[in-house]
Design a protein around this ligand. Sequence first.
Ligand code: 8YV
Length: 329
Amino acid sequence: MTRPSVLVARAVFGDIVDRLRAHFDVEDNPQDRIFTKAELSAKLAGKAGAFITGSERIDAELLDANPQLRAVCNMAVGYNNIDVDACNARGVLATNTPDVLTETTADFGFALMMAAARRMAESEHFLRRGEWSKWSYDMFIGSDVHGATLGILGMGRIGQAIARRGALGFGMQVIYHNRSRLAPELEAPLGARYVSKEALLREADHLVLVVPYSAASHHAIGAAELALMKPSATLTNVARGGVVDDAALAAALRERRIAAAALDVFEGEPSVHPDLLTVPNVVLTPHIASATVRTRRAMADLAVDNLIAALTGGTPPTPVNPQVLPLKG
Ligand code: 8YV
């Protein structure tokens, strides 16, 4: 019997790619070239499965060009790069990597929020420029995190993990808005209060975005929403670019309509809106919230577990669209 062929679309830990080689003919990409849409489609010719990341877009056109493709396994919890309806219509399995990155991403989201509140990046840049000549009472004066009101938009696994840090570690009052309210047994230990989006914007001292990207969450934070926030508030985004209108945020930061922001994700990344690069009161990181050795290995392993199970008649651990299982042929 011929072994199925799979594509590993991006460079990833060699020993984890070797796990795939035990089952499949593998075409990998150790040079980590980013394929154009046409190149990705051509690379998928004859492949039964693909290991992908958030950088690879899987849409109807690509699936139609590759009708033999049966599974696309994302090394990411977010899967807005995959047209799941198009996968469903063609019986293609999509998988993601939930849970394994929750705590690591929450650590980073909390760190970014603290960095914005306490002006860490801005003051570090000042020091590096050689501008520090004296102490003064109001130099880089910021706002407290402990005891403040933590607002969370999107109270899924990562949102709850950030809330735990705030409530249990920093004595914060947690308010949140989400599509649906959490069960009382999840709210109670955090003292978390479900509020309208408008109340969340008005009341939060530190607002953290952890909502998945979709048409519904596109520009969930734009000029109108920023206008409701306190002038002393901070905004942190560890969700997806596109949840925030970056141009509107840059303008609000420049005019000090909010105090500071911290962003790990950007509209059109790896490009960054030029106005964000010139406003001082924003911390900018290149989409690294899940980037620890242990977590990135766990994500890659889980994507590989999914791909192996999908193509060998097993049960993929974290399917996005389990309704297409069992896969044909
Ligand atoms: C990934 C992420 O690093 O899991 C996600 O949704 O955003 C990050 O953890 C990125 O998407 C690469 O696949």
